[in-house]
Design a protein around this ligand. Structure first.
Ligand code: HPA
Length: 267
């Protein structure tokens, strides 16, 4: 097995194709916390592989973060590769493990990736808990980057304008916002939340940005969607907890799944 992350992704893609019996996929989706229940709505499961069976993947450590790769067939016959859960930077396995799923999807021939996450809303004036928000851009405050060396990737349009326009055709009511990533695993302090509002952030979370960078490096078209599961710390005075994040996902699963199915069908 290779230790070079790009070769390891090639190995994982080969293992994925042989485990699923499929050779091509129309899109890949990464289901963040809260989004896993929505996967059931996207299409019919045709194969499911525990990530532990594929080279380079770490087993999941957080409840509600899945740990399987599923292939579904949508109503119109498209095949989507769905990562049920992801590795986070705060697990301490390094940025290369965090982006391994994205690199595996790219190595398997995927050209479009949908990155979903749960996020704290930094704009409770206009955001409701349970609303999806399209990521228009990000601020990477995780302190990490999946790329090492002199590869100067352009990040002018990380989150595809074309894909955002397509989502707006499906649902014109969905807002767009700037996603800020902290490393976590602590939630933010109220002072940090005030700072992020001043900096132009609209959502705060602990994922997605490294995967989006790796996806752009691989030339994939990226759609990012946050599910606002709570107002940022201190904005309403309630303490935050992970169970609340998962519960918002469960209660919005049908709506989020239908939205993602429509997106995949129209790619
Ligand atoms: N902060 C960081 N990550 C999150 C939050 C939050 O408020 N909600 C869901 N994921």
């Amino acid at each position: 097995m290779s230790t070079n992350p790009y070769n390891l992704a090639q190995d994982a893609a080969a293992a994925l194709k042989s485990a699923t019996g499929l050779d091509t996929f129309d899109a890949a989706l990464v289901m963040g916390s809260g989004w896993v229940p929505a996967a059931d709505v996207i299409g019919q499961t045709v194969a499911e592989v525990p990530v532990g069976d594929l080279p380079g993947f770490a087993p999941p450590v957080v409840a509600g973060h899945g740990g399987k790769v599923r292939v579904v067939r949508t109503e119109s016959g498209k095949h989507a590769l769905i990562f049920l859960g992801r590795t986070h930077l705060y697990e301490g396995r390094g940025p290369e493990v965090v982006v391994h799923g994205v690199r595996t999807a790219a190595a398997a021939g995927v050209r479009t990736i949908v990155l979903t996450n749960a996020a704290g809303g930094l704009r409770p004036e206009t955001q409701n808990v349970g609303d999806p928000v399209l990521i228009s851009d990000h601020i990477n405050m995780s302190g990490a980057n999946p790329i090492t060396g002199t590869t100067f990737i352009d990040l002018t349009e990380v989150y595809s304008k074309r894909l955002r326009a397509l989502v707006h055709e499906i649902d014109p009511s969905i807002a767009e916002g700037v996603y800020v990533a902290f490393r976590g695993p602590t939630y933010e302090t109220p002072a940090e939340i005030r700072m992020l509002r001043t900096l132009g952030g609209d959502m705060i979370g602990m994922s997605t940005v490294l995967e989006a960078i790796a996806a752009r490096e691989a030339g994939l078209e990226v759609l990012g969607v946050s599910l606002v599961t709570n107002p940022g710390a201190g904005l309403v005075g309630e303490p935050l907890n992970h169970e609340e994040v998962l519960e918002v996902g469960r209660s919005t699963a049908a709506r989020m799944g239908v939205l993602l199915a429509k997106v995949v069908d129209r790619l």
